[in-house]
Design a protein around this ligand. Structure first.
Ligand SMILES: Nc1ncnc2c1ncn2[C@@H]1O[C@H](COP(=O)(O)OP(=O)(O)OP(=O)(O)O)[C@@H](O)[C@H]1O
Ligand SMILES: [Mg+2]
Length: 279
């Protein structure tokens, strides 16, 4: 990357957003996203991760400040212009945290074919993309099932397949590994790495500190005030114990040892069973 200036895809500048005009979801958030990077967004529940991804996907719009996509300010008027919307929707795609919000088609096939059909591709190409996406996620056998009658993890896979068939350049992934079994999680991490090697930009909201190394080059951390608390490399963020505790990403855990000495450790927040010590 030395010498070459990377293209800036998103410039997020002092963005303020509230769903209800009372409680802030984003409170003056600024950051940039560069072409070809892998960025992870960390933050406690309710800190604003999903909201930021929805604004980047043009589903909501900044009430103060602005988001520019390749230099153009995202507004509802702009997204209503077919020319712009077509290019934008083709390039940028969000996998929702809650698959139920994303899935709307009567069958898995229809769901995964929706984007290629919107692109007006030839029927054989649509079929090829659907087959590839279903095969890639190992859900070919679900093709005739109703998405809303699948298990949570199956739904998540269908949601990912429905984005994969679009082949976007910019992936916005909202807690993509949540609810997936270990093999599917591992597949998804390989998948993210492969998309990145192909030149795609990957922005992932996650609580899973274990996968950061595999899915991110750069990390931003939201705090409970709905602002950016920190930005850095994965190593910088993971080594900042104070930051992780302050932002509810690691928790204090009282620990009794056999010698009856009480130690207080900080633990990476990754469930109750694995105890990775930060010290
Ligand atoms: N549809 C909504 N209506 C009103 N308030 C909302 C809505 N969605 C989110 N919020 C509020 O906006 C804030 C940010 O929520 P957001 O979903 O962006 O958080 P998050 O960081 O993604 O959390 P989580 O880790 O739980 O997914 C929270 O205070 C939340 O209560
Ligand atoms: Mg969220």
């Amino acid at each position: 990357m030395t010498g070459m200036q990377r293209e800036t895809l998103f410039e997020i500048e002092q963005v303020v957003f509230s769903y209800d005009q009372k409680n802030l979801a984003l409170n003056g958030v600024s950051l940039e996203i560069f072409a070809g990077e892998r960025l992870a967004i960390l933050g406690s529940n309710g800190s604003g991760k999903s909201t930021l991804l929805k604004l980047m996907d043009g589903l909501y719009f900044a009430q103060q400040g602005e988001i520019r996509y390749r230099g153009t300010r995202l507004t509802s008027e702009l997204l209503n212009q077919e020319n712009f919307a077509f290019g934008f929707r083709r390039a940028v795609s969000l996998v929702f945290q809650d698959s139920d919000v994303q899935l709307f088609s009567p069958s898995v096939w229809d769901e995964v074919a929706f984007a290629p059909l919107q692109l007006d591709l030839a029927p054989a190409e649509v079929e090829a993309r659907v087959a590839e996406a279903l095969g890639g996620l190992n859900i070919t056998t679900l093709r005739d099932r109703a998405p809303h009658r699948l298990s949570g993890g199956e739904k998540k896979k269908v949601a990912i397949a429905s984005v994969l068939s679009l082949r976007p350049e910019i992936w916005l992934l909202d807690e993509p590994t949540a609810g997936l079994d270990p093999r599917s999680q591992s597949w998804l991490i390989d998948f993210i790495q492969e998309r990145w090697r192909q030149g795609n930009t990957i922005v992932t909201a996650t609580h899973d500190l274990d996968v950061l190394d595999d899915i991110a080059d750069r990390v931003i951390v939201f705090n409970e005030m709905h602002r950016v608390e920190a930005m850095g490399t994965v190593a910088e963020i993971l080594s900042d114990e104070e930051l992780l505790v302050r932002c509810n990403l690691a928790h204090r855990h009282r620990h009794y040892h056999f010698d009856d000495v009480v130690h207080e450790h900080h633990h990476l927040h990754q469930g109750e069973h694995q105890h990775t010590h930060l010290e």
